[in-house]
Design a protein. Sequence first.
Length: 766
Amino acid sequence: MVSELLSLTLFIASVVLYTWKAGRNRLWFSAILLFLGVYIILNASMLASNYFTGEGINDAVIYTITSSLSGAGVGKYILPGIGLILALVVLFGLLAWILRLRKNHHYSILYSLLAVVLAAASVKTTPAYQQVASLIKSQVGKGNTDFYSHYKVPTRQIGGNKPNLVYIYAESLERTYFDQKAFPDLAPELSKIKDNSLDFSNTGQLPGTEYTIAGMVASQCGIPLFAPFDGNASSSLSTFYPQNVCLGDILKSSGYQNYFYQGASLSFAGKDLFLSSHGFEPDHLYGFNELKNVVKDPNYRNDWGWYDDTLLDVVFDKYLELAKQNRPFSLFALTVDTHHPDGFISRSCERKAYPFEGKPNKSFAAVACSQEHIARLIQRIQATPYFRNTIIVVSSDHLAMNNTAWKYLNQHDRSDLFFMVRGDDVTSKVIPVKRSTLDNGATVLDAMGGDNFIGLGRSSLSSTSMAATYLNIKEKVNEWKPDVIKLWNFPKAISDYRIDTAKNTFSFSGVHFKLPLLLSVTPNKIEPKFDVYLAAPLKQQLSRFAPDEKFVWIDRCFKMGDVWDQKLELNTDLCVANGTLNSAPVIEQVKPGATSGHVTFKQIDKSDEQYQRTVTQLRVADDDLKYTADSILFALPGLPKQVLKVTGLSFIEPWGGRWSDANLLPEVSIQYLEPLPAEFDLTLTARAYGANSQHPFTVKVGEVSRQFNLGTTDSTVKLHFSNPGQARTIEIHAPTPEETADGSIDGFAARKLGIGLVNLKVDPAQ
């Protein structure tokens, strides 16, 4: 609070001093506006991050925005995001206006310098700057050698009876909610089960474990999830912590079938990649898409995916199926209904409300509701004859983030939930030893008959946690961050590589990346840049490289053609470019299949002019690109030079075209710069979505309409038009647009699809 007040005071002092004393000077005006702008952006970022995490800018923020956000339930954050952007625009405009209020005042270099110093000090003292600086410092550190004296690799075998495992990750369901004095009767059903279990009551949360995928990694691998380089876009990698032995690896090696179920999309934050890298077969992973044909009501869903009652019913059915096979198995499940900012209330809950301090509180209601479903699942398993050979674990994935119960939770000592119910042991006991979620996997492994350690984790049944060994465990974990990052085993140099177009991968030095990909190559370091949701396009990321910074860029040829080689501007195949921005790069087209190549980094005719020209082209947005062609190629970004704009279309699809989306506009509109010919043939290659194949589509030019039919695969139709009114626009109407979440960016922002356009050509009649 003191730091925030000091920073704000310095900010205001800088503005006042410059406005009333400094006077007019373009250079000093630009300098102070830069520093004050950085102050505003930092604090806006802090505010936005705090809206999600409640803890400002941390590893969770960096990881999530640089990872895959496919499947994220972002609907509740759209309006706050728009509001923040508008507020920033207004703030910058207001600030520039205030700073120039007395622009004719006599110029003073002394006051100008002092105002800039105050502005810089306001940036340096703001908590947002401190958090970002801390993240950078922990990222680039050289590591601490005592990490490997604590990091332990378990054996891959479990002995004894090999009990089955049901492991429930309860989204944000921390132990604090179970405080009967603080929140009376909030979770009675699950509390009753917890009170008859091995209850580990002092489970803390450490850096790198404070969001869902990080909590899963911590619990199964005994290490925090720290992002390599400038954030980990794990969905673009082909392996996840490849050197680590995690709980899933041990279970698989011991003959277990491992399964994972959740209601949300598996691809969000790379959970599917993590699990498939550590003991889970890809066809044993079930998320929103995989459960579409399993759930009873496909229309019953929330912003993230299937409600918890739907998911846990499916999990119980799977438990029975696996238990009857008389083969050891693990069944992991992740709930979602208690997700911030306020959760979701499923329709089967007995209690759909939980007033607190005389007011309805949806986050508390979501907790009361979701815990009913978890308790019911456990009770159903306990009622089966198979429970005797089963261990059930319930744990938080992480502490609750900034939800509507946040301020009430923070009035208490907070800890994560972790308890264990054994079918072969009715012992109930509260185990108050100090521990962290890093210890969860080791504790489960110990209970199942394996080792009592995994990574930095130690079993709370027979060993001592790092959290108890080190009083400053949070600082210690941050010291180990560079050592943890090294576990990703990224190479430091590149020469030979291999591309597999079927698998869409780029490989070198034993590491595999998904395409597209951009590599920054500097001495003893290679930094990958990924094309993931919310990240800048790769070519814009490349435009920020230094003039002589080496790069390797693997992407569609047309993206490079627009920058360096016009012969490639219509080529949709893959190309590899390597070089620097101040010299023409080497570009090679990739042949289909698996091919090998070599990076040369030839630098020819380096010049500042070349650099400036290249950066200018790289910064052109895809939507603003113009190519030379007599057809609209919908698999390419941009438009032919003769077309002004196209509206009503969604994004480019992997099948090589774009769907119409009636949620954007009721029709597809194609507007040309010049009037269309008086007589012309329209040749269209397209496909229909779903039931649209059973009805005719309509194309309208001026007052003239034509109808045609399409199947669900690509086909070509040719239509003749007269255009006496010199119309410039072609409109395409789909008969019955169908709402679907298939292929949507966040997995749940539904689109209304009708026609899939591949190619459209206008030929003047002969």
